[in-house]
Design a protein. Sequence first.
Length: 478
Amino acid sequence: MVIKQRTIKEPVTISGVGLHTGKKTNVTFKPAAENHGFKFQRIDLPTKPIIDADVDNVVDTSRSTTLEQNGGRVITTEHLLAALVGMELDNVLIELDGPEIPIMDGSAMPFMKVIEKVGTIEQKAERVYFELKENLTFEDPIKKVEMLAVPQDDFRLTVMVDYNSEVLGTQHATMYNVAEFKEQISKCRTFVFLHELEGLLQHNLIKGGDLDNAIVLVDRTIPVEKLDYLAKVFNKPDVQVKGKGVLNNTTLHFYNEPARHKLLDIVGDLALVGVHIKAHILAARPGHAGNVAFAKKIKELIKQKKQEKSGSDFFFDLNKEPLYNILDIQKILPHRQPMLLVDKIMEMSKEHIIGVKNVTMNEDFFRGHFPENPVMPGVLLIEAMAQIGGVLALKTVPDPENYLTYFMKIDNVRFRQMVVPGDTIVFKLGLLSPIRRGIVQMKGVAYVCGKPVMEAEMMAQIVKVKNTDVKNEPALVH
């Protein structure tokens, strides 16, 4: 059964206060194109930066999951992202006019409800899944976190929490598939122990905290004066401990609501992998740091699988109209004959590029490189691949004619067979990680007649070398 990607039907806004910053923020969910993924945009900042919901952009997991990219930061992303996964969405732009996602009631349910008001729509592209084929493990012996992923034909989660607390005890929670998320998981609120809450209050770290947006667990006797202090801090007329160690008469949605909330956090943090997951994940004593570390391992495994796939046979229609011809390429790259080793760029996105080099007996290097048995030098194959990668790198800046790309490192170079006159080389390159501070890391494979002839990983830096005003020059062909 083919499952298509989904987005929301129309924009919808939700507002609230950030738990850690105490600042009110308006969050607007907007429809997004196919293969867009989940992205945040800080519309309150001058440059309105886009922050991809990507595990590589995580900069803090101390009290929530914080992302940063392009000079913009978004705090407490996990509950909102869990809601998007629970709604089985693929592509959404999330605009916000503040630094932190509102805490709402401490769960994912408010975000799901507001999206349900406008509904979702199916798109034409197929949904992208990562299907685990072998076991994957993670362990943090210091925090006693253990995570294991095993093959499964759906997204299943099993969680165990144990804080050596008589109040919380050992709890388990399970989600057998994403369809269960809304009713069984989404309403489960974040929780905190009272002794942790006191420390956070003293350090002014939960400016938006409220007894209505978290379950406060009490694991020791509380003097009356401390209850009075909490009533004053949270502006509550009556603060009590009722039942087994729950502050302020809070009624739990489930007896194991804390464990279910930990499961909710995992759903949100694993959304940062960037694709839907088919695996059964078992987690013991999880937290944001462990979730993110495990998400990175999953993303690295996805990357490895892509690299393995890219090393297999690859056939490309060379009769297609090129994206850039040789004249276009000369407007991007500074290289010229005899060192311009790219003839056409056939395809390009933000993360990959496909280029072509036609090898003929008229190449200057064949006069000296085995003239009786001409073979294209391996270093020039690397150079041709680097030039094609340079086109992708330079197209990330608005004025590529003012920049150059310089090699920093080459790794894992392999030459699989000789390239000779008459061959047409198709180079396929993809980013190994997002471009940051002008640093570009790529993996490339060169093919002749669909067979890999060479591959390499390379790192380069984009450097501005001049300030030519080219506003009046014709635009490149796209």
